[in-house]
Design a protein. Structure first.
Length: 310
């Protein structure tokens, strides 16, 4: 295969893990490539350069802004209104999203999925991706979206969109709910019945991200009611949320695995590659080491397995 020209675009874009992860994936595929980091303040002005690439990834603030420039849009990306992966053929660009797939693949690696009662924290772009990924993957979805009180209307709107999608698909056995964090925390205090537990907690907020570490989006009382915890935050590797979960012996999955598997999903789109599980496990570990090199002040230790199931 001839040399492939790839890139990640954003603005501003400095310490990104994309080159490290994607260059490793290209090497595993045996595909020669260049992978640039492009700071793009003006998308329209960058279009000639982008159309000359073979493929590229997108980060903030361009995930939605790229939409008018695309000739084609994959159905899931259209539903999310967000694109993080683009394939270019003869100057024509097709957009995809791999955010939700990255989460699902990371969970699946540890024998987890969206079955049972799922608690989703947040209602922004990441939460939207995870909510629809769960809706696509899980018949009879049981999802509670938790949010701040001032963003409750946005969470309700997201729940309504997911419900409409499920009804359109013919699913009549789903259950969707919206709770504020305050309601979630007070649920046990004023209930005569045992507290409802969750099979999976998904954190799609940025709470606990470097440099504001040591903060959990929900208190320990909520975390302890969950059978498994996923945190989309990957810096630091062990967020306060994951630390609380692990202190109760609860299986956890960190954001670095989602980041790696988002990239894996992109390469599946670009080249149809089926990677070896051992290679991806090594990449997850090495990516965590690279993050520690970039951000030694987070105090992260070398990566370790958080879950026994492999």
């Amino acid at each position: 295969m001839e040399l492939q020209k790839a890139a990640v675009i954003g603005h501003p874009i400095a310490h990104t893990m994309s080159p490290f992860i994607h260059k490793r994936l290209f090497a595993l595929e045996g595909i020669p490539c260049t992978y640039q980091v492009l700071d793009v303040p003006d998308l329209a002005a960058a279009m000639p350069e982008l159309r000359n690439l073979d493929c590229f990834n997108i980060t903030i603030p361009h995930k939605s802004a790229i939409l008018p420039f695309l000739e084609e849009l994959e159905e899931t990306a259209g539903r999310f209104g967000s694109v993080n992966t683009v394939k270019v053929e003869n100057g024509r660009m097709k957009g995809y999203t791999t955010d939700g797939a990255g989460c699902y693949k990371a969970l699946n690696k540890h024998g987890l999925d969206f079955s049972g009662r799922v608690l989703l924290l947040g209602n922004g772009g990441a939460a939207r991706a995870l909510a629809f990924e769960a809706a696509v993957r899980q018949p009879g979805l049981d999802l509670t979206i938790a949010c701040r009180k001032n963003s409750q209307p946005k969470a309700v709107a997201l729940a309504q969109e997911v419900a409409a999608f499920l009804r359109e698909r013919g699913d009549r056995g789903f259950h969707l709910a919206v709770q504020t964090y305050e309601e979630l925390e007070l649920e046990c205090e004023f209930s005569a019945r045992p507290c409802r537990n969750f099979d999976l907690l998904l954190n799609a907020t940025s709470v606990g991200m470097f440099p504001h570490t040591g903060i959990s989006p929900v208190p320990e009382e909520v975390v302890s009611r969950c059978k498994a915890v996923f945190d989309a935050v990957y810096n630091p590797a062990q967020t306060e949320l994951l630390r609380l979960a692990e202190s109760h012996g609860i299986p956890t999955v960190g954001g670095m695995e989602m980041l790696v598997y988002q990239a894996v999903a992109a390469h599946e789109i670009w080249y149809g590659t089926d990677f070896r599980r051992d290679d991806l496990e090594k990449l997850c570990q090495d990516a965590q080491q690279e993050l520690f090199r970039l951000f030694p002040q987070t105090g992260d230790q070398p990566p370790r397995e958080r879950m026994e199931t492999q």
